[in-house]
Every structure is written in structure tokens, then in C-alpha cells.
Design a protein around this ligand. Structure first.
Ligand code: CTP
Length: 379
């Protein structure tokens, strides 16, 4: 249908971006999105495609952006006109004008996302790959088409995307890009929280989330997004006594739990399970290093963190809070006289999530004896 539409409208048209990348990687996905770029009007191509499709779907037109979208056979197809973008020195918003396919490929984030396959019958399947994206796919490399600092400062979300793709595809980010991410890291502040969290959650859902989180740490992005975590880093020593580095420990717990569950929020609970330890850390001659009450403080910090990052303060947040509160010392907590009624309520309906709590305790390699807690609870 796309080919027919391209020929009938006489528009040079291509499939581009993620679909082409995943096609060459032979990567199967649940939801298929296709990005189509027309040299000329993407909206016209979308309307023609809709006309030709048997069910003649509705076309959503975004006139301001010159783009259109339709759904066919459960596939979302987005149409754009090839664009040339230039950023005026004193403006954050790009000036957009019509361009060639190559102009459009130039403004894309990574070489592996700039591959285009032609749709028109006469050249059907012809690959246009001006930046050797195919080679980078084979070499497993994340590289930008233009100078990295330009690509990242134009659109700072791409710093998170680079790390997300490296984590999802198990690729390496080329050194020049890594350096550019680090030097542009402060620009992350201008990106909306929702978009940042959406990328971060994709990292959290990879097989080994520590890979992406370590890259965020190395490039300074982690401290900007989740300072609660980076504050856990480091080991203090007084009188020859030390404590474990709770940052690196946390990454281990997140990887451990990711082997057991794809539940994003249980993975978040693992990520945040020790955050109360930075503000509660104390040393005394008698007791050595202690983190008294860190689970209560941690649960409060979960609320603040969700709020700051504009994540919904719904039952997911409460679930994470509850697990953070209970994960550290499940036995002691239940044994203790707890007077705070809000905390008591959280403890007594832990039963709803008992299995998840057990998975977390077992992933937290330092928690002693989670099975005893289960027995206790059952009794
Ligand atoms: N793109 C870009 N810069 C961004 C976002 C997107 O250049 N900040 C371009 C890339 O060419 C990308 C395409 O738009 O391939 C589509 O973006 P998106 O749908 O967000 O991602 P995909 O690459 O399709 O990957 P996924 O579906 O895994 O999110």
C-alpha cells in the first residue's frame, strides 16, 4: 500500500529509523511502528495510503508539524516530510524547512537510526545509508551522524537515548560520543521529566539494567536524574571501621532482581531499597556504622522522588514505598513496636505483596533469612 501510494502521488518515499534498524537486527517487537518519510508532503502520502487501504483508516494530521499518522493492521505508521533543521544561535527551537532525504538523515540521532529503505516500485528496497549505519549495526556501535556535541546539545534527550540503545541492544557508545554526553550533561535539565523517565524505564527493563545505569553514572547523567542514588556511593572509614558501598551494592541487587522478574516497579523498589541510608548514616564508637530508621526515611524519599520526576503518585508509588520500607529488615520491623499508624498500615498489608517482597529480599544479598520472615508472616 505504501509503495502504491508513493507511486500514485509521485513522492519519493522511504521507510526510515527504528523499523529499518530492527529489521536489519532481526529484532522482534510487540508493537510495530513504522516511520515513513516523503520528499515533499508526508501528509499527502498518508492520505493516499489511507485511501488505498481496505479499511480506509482515519488519518490524524498534525498540521503544525507537517506530519500525519494512521493505523493499519495494528501497525502505527507515521508520515513526515523530509526536513532540514537549523538551530539559530539564540533559539532552542529549530527552524524547519523542506529538505532532501539526506537533510532528513542528517538531523537524526544515530547512524543506526538514519538508515532508509526506498518504497517506490522502481527502486523498492534500495538502502540509503550515507553514514555507514549498517556497518555500525554490525560493529554494535552507537555513533551520531553529525558531530556528537552538536547532536546532543540540539536535543539533549538523545544523551539518554544513546545510553538506552546501548543498554537495550548491548552496543557500545563510541568514545567521542561518551565524552560529548559528559560535557553536555547539564543540558539534561531542559528535557521534560516524562521523556526522561520514559527512557530510564526502558533501561530499567533491559536484561542487565546496571549496564545502562553505569553509563549514566560515568557520563554524570545519573546524578542529575537520581541524586539519591549517587549519594549512596563511597565508603567512609573511622577507627578502621568501614561500611559497604551502597551504590554498587544497589546495582547488584537490581541485576539480581532482573533475573527473576520483568515487573518494572519491583525493579524500581530494588533500585531505591537503600536510598534512606545516605541521610541516616552515623558512626559511633559503640555501634560502629549505623543507618537507623533508613527504611522509614527511604519510604518518604520515594514519595518525594516520584513527585519530583512527575511520576504518577498512584498505587505503583505506594507499592514501591511499601517494598522499600519492608525490604531491609523484614523480621525486625514486624517484631518492633511500631507506633506510627501510617507505617503500621503499610506493614500489615504487606501480605498483598508478600511474594514480591520475598523476591526483593532474596535479591538483596545482605538481607538475612527472608524465609524466616515468610514463616513469621504466615503465622
Ligand atoms: N529520532 C531522533 N531523535 C530523537 C528521537 C527520534 O533522531 N530524539 C529519530 C530516529 O531516527 C528514530 C526515529 O526518530 O529512529 C523514531 O524515534 P522513536 O520512535 O522514538 O524510536 P525508535 O528508533 O523507533 O526506537 P524504539 O521504537 O525502540 O523506541
Amino acid at each position: 500500500y505504501l509503495t502504491k501510494a508513493a507511486d500514485q502521488t509521485n513522492l519519493e518515499s522511504y521507510v526510515i529509523g527504528g523499523f529499518v534498524r530492527d529489521f536489519f537486527l532481526n529484532r522482534k517487537k510487540k508493537d510495530i511502528d513504522i516511520d515513513v518519510v516523503a520528499v515533499g508532503s508526508g501528509i499527502e502520502l498518508a492520505k493516499k495510503t489511507a485511501q488505498l487501504l481496505p479499511h480506509q483508516p482515519k488519518v490524524q494530521v498534525f498540521k503544525n508539524y507537517g506530519t500525519a499518522m494512521l493505523k493499519a493492521f495494528d501497525i502505527e505508521i507515521e508520515f513526515v516530510g523530509a526536513r532540514k533543521e537549523s538551530y539559530a544561535e539564540n533559539s532552542r527551537n529549530p527552524e524547519v524547512e523542506q529538505g532532501s532525504l539526506e537533510d532528513d538523515q542528517n538531523r537524526r540521532d544515530f547512524t543506526i537510526n538514519a538508515l532508509a529503505l526506498q518504497l517506490n516500485q522502481d527502486h523498492f528496497g534500495k538502502l540509503l545509508d550515507p553514514f555507514n549505519g549498517l556497518e555500525d549495526l554490525q560493529q554494535k556501535l552507537i555513533k551520531t551522524p553529525l558531530a556528537p556535541s552538536l547532536t546532543y546539545s540540539d536535543d539533549p534527550l538523545r544523551m539518554m537515548r544513546a545510553i538506552r540503545f546501548a543498554a537495550q541492544l548491548n552496543f557500545k557508545i563510541e568514545n567521542e560520543s561518551l565524552a560529548a554526553i559528559e560535557s553536555n550533561s547539564q543540558r539534561l535539565k531542559i528535557v521534560s521529566k516524562e521523556r526522561l523517565i520514559s527512557e530510564f524505564n526502558k533501561i530499567m527493563l533491559t536484561e542487565k539494567p546496571s549496564k545502562g545505569i553505569k553509563l549514566m553514572h560515568k557520563t554524570q547523567l545519573l546524578g542529575l536524574l537520581l541524586p539519591e542514588l549517587t549519594q549512596l556511593q563511597g565508603i567512609d572509614e573511622v577507627d578502621g571501621q568501614t561500611h559497604k558501598d551502597n551504590f554498587w551494592h544497589t546495582l547488584e541487587v537490581v541485576d539480581n532482581i532482573s533475573k527473576e522478574t520483568n515487573n518494572l516497579w519491583l525493579r524500581w523498589a530494588a533500585l531505591l531499597h537503600d536510598i534512606g541510608k545516605a541521610p541516616t548514616k552515623k558512626f559511633s564508637k559503640r555501634n560502629g556504622w549505623t543507618f537507623h530508621g533508613h527504611e522509614y526515611i527511604g519510604a518518604k524519599m520515594v514519595f518525594k522522588l516520584f513527585k519530583r520526576l512527575k511520576m504518577p503518585l498512584n498505587d505503583k508509588m505506594k507499592y514501591v514505598q511499601k517494598l522499600v520500607l519492608l525490604s531491609s529488615r523484614p523480621i525486625a520491623i514486624v517484631d518492633e513496636e511500631v507506633t506510627d499508624s501510617a507505617v503500621r498500615r503499610l506493614i500489615f498489608d504487606a501480605g498483598n505483596h508478600l511474594d514480591d517482597l520475598m523476591i526483593l529480599c532474596e535479591a538483596d544479598i545482605t538481607t538475612k533469612n527472608p524465609k524466616r520472615f515468610k514463616r513469621y508472616h504466615n503465622n
